[in-house]
Write a protein that binds this ligand. Structure first.
Ligand code: ADP
Ligand code: MG
Length: 313
């Protein structure tokens, strides 16, 4: 009885740099292949924090080296590059792992654009720090010349901040559905997707923003009509009173309980909060849908109901 599962991979599934990513992807591929071997249809989404940071820094250095020749690289292009590079490693890691298990299945990455609303209030209140730390002079220059938003980040220097708008819909969804129906393992919505908005006619314009990968995975899971959204991260379960003496790990969570715990501030913004919010939204989106938050290595046990935090009605 195979399910259709969207897996959202967190930072620990990919590592922090090129060699780490090679090693991490081997383990990640094993965890994903376990589910494919059991007959599930798997669609993979992933984060890109360290990778897009690396690419953005490299492109900024290039511009700094010769501003006439190398005009600044838009953030949307940096996200596209990160999807390509991460997809390359995932395709190869999974291909090898599946072939080693005698499974002959294609793995393909879709460079995915995700539509955002240009009127999303997030654009008026950019909160997500990206890229390298700068001196005040460097920061002032970017504000004046390029209209960037910058913040002073906890005494460590200045950093550019960008908006993190909510994902509305996935531009390449038809292609993704067709590929899944054809039996391919699809990697999509990397880094939350390349943020774009509609302008005139059929034109799509890249936005200087980053979309939260947990929210994008939730939209993807709904739009491919998945049974389960699995958010794989660095903890085995969701906790209330996380890190405190009264800490309590949760096996199950209903949307109503989750809302209560959210209002009581149990989930950290930017880390566990978007996961719980995405899980609740997916679980409530149609009958029979459920979400699971667990450790990467526990994906198989989690699907079997042995561990993790299950979110369902
Ligand atoms: P990812 O890269 O997978 O998105 P994040 O670091 O963004 O990972 O979020 C996962 C982290 O959230 C966990 O490693 C844990 O430290 C933290 N966290 C915050 N609040 C909670 C909570 N209530 N229960 C469990 N983990 C929590
Ligand atoms: Mg995260």
């Amino acid at each position: 009885m195979g399910k259709r599962i969207v897996i959202a991979l967190g930072g620990n599934a990919l590592g922090n740099n090129l060699p780490e990513q090679m090693i991490a992807v081997k383990q990640t591929s094993k965890a994903i292949a376990d589910l494919i071997e059991e007959g599930h249809e798997v669609i993979i989404a992933h984060g890109n924090g360290p990778q897009v940071g690396m690419i953005q820094k490299a492109m900024a250095e290039l511009t700094r080296s010769d501003p006439e020749k190398y005009i600044p690289c838009p953030l949307s292009v940096c996200v596209a590059m990160s999807q390509g590079y991460i997809g390359y490693d995932l395709q190869n890691g999974l291909r090898e792992e599946l072939l080693d298990r005698g499974i002959n299945k294609g793995v393909a990455t879709v460079l995915t654009q995700v539509e955002v609303d240009p009127l999303d209030p997030a654009f008026q209140n950019p909160t997500k720090p990206i890229g390298a730390f700068m001196t005040k002079e460097e920061a002032d220059k970017l504000v004046a010349e390029r209209g960037y938003n910058v913040i002073e980040d906890a005494g460590r220097g200045y950093r550019r901040v960008v908006a993190s708008p909510k994902p509305q819909s996935i531009i390449e969804i038809e292609s993704i559905r067709d590929m899944v129906s054809a039996g391919l393992v699809v990697v999509a919505c990397g880094g939350g997707g390349i943020p774009v908005y509609k302008t005139e006619g059929h034109h799509l314009k890249g936005a200087a923003a980053v979309i939260d990968k947990d929210f994008a995975s939730c939209v993807l899971a709904q739009q491919v009509n998945a049974d389960t959204l699995i958010i794989l991260t660095a903890v085995e379960k969701v906790a209330i009173n996380f890190g405190k003496p009264e800490e309590q790990w949760l096996d199950e969570l209903t949307p109503d309980q989750a809302r209560k715990y959210i209002s009581e501030g149990h989930f950290a913004p930017g880390s566990m909060l978007p996961k719980v919010q995405a899980a609740v939204e997916f679980a409530e989106s149609a009958p029979g849908r459920s979400a699971l938050i667990t450790l990467l290595e526990k994906a198989k046990d989690g699907v079997a109901g042995k561990t993790g935090t299950a979110i369902h009605l």
